[in-house]
Design a protein around this ligand. Structure first.
Ligand code: HEM
Length: 511
């Protein structure tokens, strides 16, 4: 044992004292160093997705995607790319239980030869809100209530349901939230979705809209609510234990990556806006093409160093993959780095081993708290002649990232397409795609969750809101909650395209 300065330690059990019964001496540097370091061991947990568990693995491409994207790791069938994947619960703090009803994060960092690419998704294909400006409101409403810090890790409380009833764009997400999808059996039997619409851009500069899907090879399986509650009490680590033990036993977690693609010319073919994160692209209209496989095959060596310090960011792209103007995605591009500057202590968190690219990286960024790199030389600016203009920029042909030159037009405005206001059509498609037992589970979930709401007016608002999804469902929930049945009629499906009207959300059989 040594101190952090490398000095061999002779006694790690008794601090230095003045005499046998005297006070501890300030000069005991080993005591001071050990206690000081311990006092500073904690870093802030993530503001959301605090409870997480991760593993290393690889992504193998099945077929070349050259026609669609120039991304290097998607060019040649058989290419293997190292990855790090973190699963998480959105609401609970880092010490909460695994099996509570909650959305799960599904974040994948691909360490490609062209830099790190992060696909930061969830296990639900849509989201609660349409614009990132509302994210702090959503999270304030769903996290424990500020006056009494309850409930710890659940959406069964007044502020969450008050938010839902007063922000009705959440309807579709809430239907998924009340379904068995938010009580997955474990991470190995859970789907993942990039949620947003991204872009693939090929070497010719031709772009397509793309959505990403992870499909577990073991199929999708959920707990039933009674199991979820009992397990939360008996083994709060149930899902992380499953992942850890499966990998230790060589029973690796496997998921196929699928993409849905829409040509740029077809952007306006649908009666929903493809930039609206509260809408899916029904798989019957836009099929999912399976392009590769993710295998998680190695547990971390140290949870803090890797799982806790990893920094995912939807803005980490590689050439051939680009953003769209989805207003939720646009806001995320700001938020992740901003929070990581605080959580990981300044601008050098990209030097933490788990966050470093596997390819070389050079730029003129310098210094800052806890800088690890020793940048040699006189020059730290661009352009220069003293260092032969290094590091220099690269053209697209040389592998440089060039932002997609999409056309933008219009005035500065705070509104979105009309279809952003259709909150119920796809929520209803989801409900209609459920089997009778799944419908019963959704009714039970609403009855349990909203049943914990103290304010009768909030309960009534929720029932009235979900009558727009299904009148009968809302009426049964109203009876269970002891509030008035909704009045009026269910609003009509607004889908005008035959494609969407006939479509159903594809249902993966659940057990
Ligand atoms: C963290 C997904 C929307 C802000 C995360 C994580 C995931 C995720 C998976 C955990 C990453 C990890 O394991 O370390 C999503 C998805 C969204 C969404 C799929 C919508 C489609 C948003 C929005 C904001 C936001 C709109 C803010 C405007 C954050 C922040 C963190 C986070 C601040 C913590 C990051 C950290 O501390 O490293 N999100 N999120 N998210 N998300 Fe999101």
């Amino acid at each position: 044992m040594t101190t952090n300065q490398g000095l061999k330690v002779s006694n790690d059990e008794e601090s230095l004292k003045a005499g046998v019964r005297g006070p501890t001496l300030m000069e005991d540097f080993h005591f001071r160093e050990k206690i000081t370091h311990f006092d500073h061991e904690r870093i802030p947990e993530r503001v959301v997705h605090a409870r997480g568990y991760a593993a290393h693995g690889e992504f193998e491409l099945y077929e070349s995607m050259t026609e669609y994207t120039r991304a290097g790791f998607l060019q040649k069938a058989g290419t293997k790319t190292p990855v790090f994947t973190r699963f998480s619960n959105v609401v609970g703090s880092s010490g909460s239980s695994d099996t509570v009803r909650d959305v799960r994060g599904f974040a994948v960092k691909f360490y490609t030869e062209e830099g790190n690419y992060d696909l930061v998704g969830n296990n639900i294909p849509v989201f609660f809100i349409q614009d990132a400006l509302k994210f702090p409101d959503l999270i304030h409403a769903v996290k424990p209530e500020p006056h009494n810090e309850m409930p710890q890790a659940a959406s069964a409380h007044d502020t969450f349901w008050d938010f839902v009833a007063n922000n009705q764009e959440s309807a579709h997400m809430i239907m998924w939230h009340m379904s068995d999808r938010t009580i997955p059996k474990n991470f190995r039997v859970m789907e993942g979705f990039g949620v947003h619409t991204f872009r693939f851009v090929n070497a010719e500069g031709v772009a397509r809209f793309v959505k990403f899907h992870w499909k577990p090879l073991l199929g999708v399986h959920s707990l039933v609510w009674d199991e979820a509650q009992k397990i939360a009490g008996k083994d709060p680590d149930f899902q992380r234990r499953d992942l850890w033990e499966s990998i230790e036993n060589g029973d690796f977690a496997e998921y196929e990556l699928g993409v849905q693609m829409i040509n740029e010319a077809d952007e306006f073919m649908f009666d929903f806006d493809i930039l609206d994160a509260t809408k899916i692209w029904p798989e019957e209209i836009v099929p999912v093409k399976i392009i590769g496989k993710l295998t998680l095959n190695r547990n971390v060596d140290n949870v803090f160093a890797e799982t806790e310090q990893v920094a995912f960011h939807p803005g980490n792209l590689v050439p051939g993959i680009d953003f769209t103007n989805d207003p939720l995605l646009q806001g995320r591009l700001f938020s992740y780095i901003d929070t990581q500057l605080l959580r990981l202590g300044g601008p050098n968190f990209t030097e933490i081993p788990i966050n470093r690219p596997i390819c070389p990286f050079h730029n003129n960024q310098r210094n800052g708290f806890s800088r690890q790199s020793i940048n040699v030389g006189q020059v730290s600016y661009h352009k220069n002649s003293l260092a032969n203009n290094t590091p220099s920029t690269s053209t697209a042909k040389e592998g440089g990232f060039v932002h997609y030159a999409q056309k933008v037009e219009g005035r500065v405005i705070q509104a979105r397409s009309e279809s952003f206001k259709d909150h119920f059509s796809q929520a209803r498609l989801f409900w209609n795609s459920m089997s009778p037992p799944e419908k019963q589970h959704i009714i039970n979930a609403f009855s349990f969750e909203v049943g914990k709401v103290n304010d009768r007016n909030v309960r009534q608002q929720v029932v009235d809101m979900f009558a727009h999804v299904d009148f009968e469902m809302a009426s049964i929930i109203a009876d269970n909650l002891g509030v008035n049945r909704p009045t009026g009629q269910q609003s009509q499906v607004t889908a005008s395209s035959p494609a969407l009207s006939q479509a159903n959300t594809r249902r993966v059989p659940q057990t």
